[in-house]
Design a protein around this ligand. Structure first.
Ligand SMILES: O=P(O)(O)OC[C@H]1O[C@H](OP(=O)(O)OP(=O)(O)O)[C@H](O)[C@@H]1O
Ligand SMILES: Nc1nc2[nH]cnc2c(=O)[nH]1
Length: 179
């Protein structure tokens, strides 16, 4: 695999992201919502760097089940805490097509959120992206399938402390063993 973003670079990026979010909210309380599963590593690091009072919740969204291309987007909001009249910060690991963020944003507004802002670690620079853009982005990356720091392939690699691009032979071997 080829490292794209190292562990120290990730730490700097998350601190930068937290600084931007802090400056935006100016100490106002927020409800931070993690998009499971990919955002768990970013989420744990980010919320500890934010300085405003926070309510913390989760929602699940999944569309890349076992592949490098999106399939049907399934959202499970059973574990979501009440967001009515709250300023919500939705946190995800990556904005690729943007379908996940766009749909979740609409759902949170439909649940009565007062506002919804979105923060992502990575935004892919690619064509055919949703026009709804994330408000806070730590890194822009090229259009390649990445893993690590929460991002998976067949639920593997989420534990890597860096972001890497998988080589074609690793994609084939991982699919053969864990697919
Ligand atoms: O911008 P998009 O094209 O919608 O892609 C981004 C989404 O894809 C990944 O989730 P995935 O469906 O792989 O589920 P996971 O979080 O459980 O890995 C990632 O965590 C984002 O939520
Ligand atoms: N692991 C992983 N999941 C994604 N979901 C959308 N894009 C990506 C990606 O590049 N890597």
């Amino acid at each position: 695999m080829r490292t794209l973003i190292t562990e120290p670079q990730l730490a700097d990026g998350v601190s930068r992201l937290a600084g931007e979010i802090d400056r935006h909210y100016q100490g106002r309380p927020i409800t931070v919502v993690a998009v499971l599963t990919g955002s768990v590593v970013l989420f744990a690091d980010l919320i500890r760097r934010l300085s405003m009072p926070q309510r913390v919740g989760v929602v699940q969204a999944s569309s890349y089940r076992g592949g490098t291309r999106p399939g049907e987007l399934v959202i499970d909001a059973k574990m979501l805490i009440d967001v009515k009249n709250r300023d919500v910060l939705l946190v995800d690991d990556i904005f690729d097509t943007g379908a996940t963020i766009a749909k979740l944003r609409d759902e949170l507004l439909a649940f009565g959120a007062a506002s919804v802002a979105t923060a992502v670690l990575l935004r892919k620079v690619r064509e055919n992206q949703h026009t709804v853009r994330p408000n806070f982005v730590a890194f822009e990356i090229p259009d390649e399938f990445v893993v690590g720091y929460g991002l998976d392939f067949h639920d593997m690699y989420r534990n890597l402390p860096f972001i890497a691009v998988l080589e074609p032979d690793e994609i084939a071997a991982t699919a053969a063993e864990f697919g």
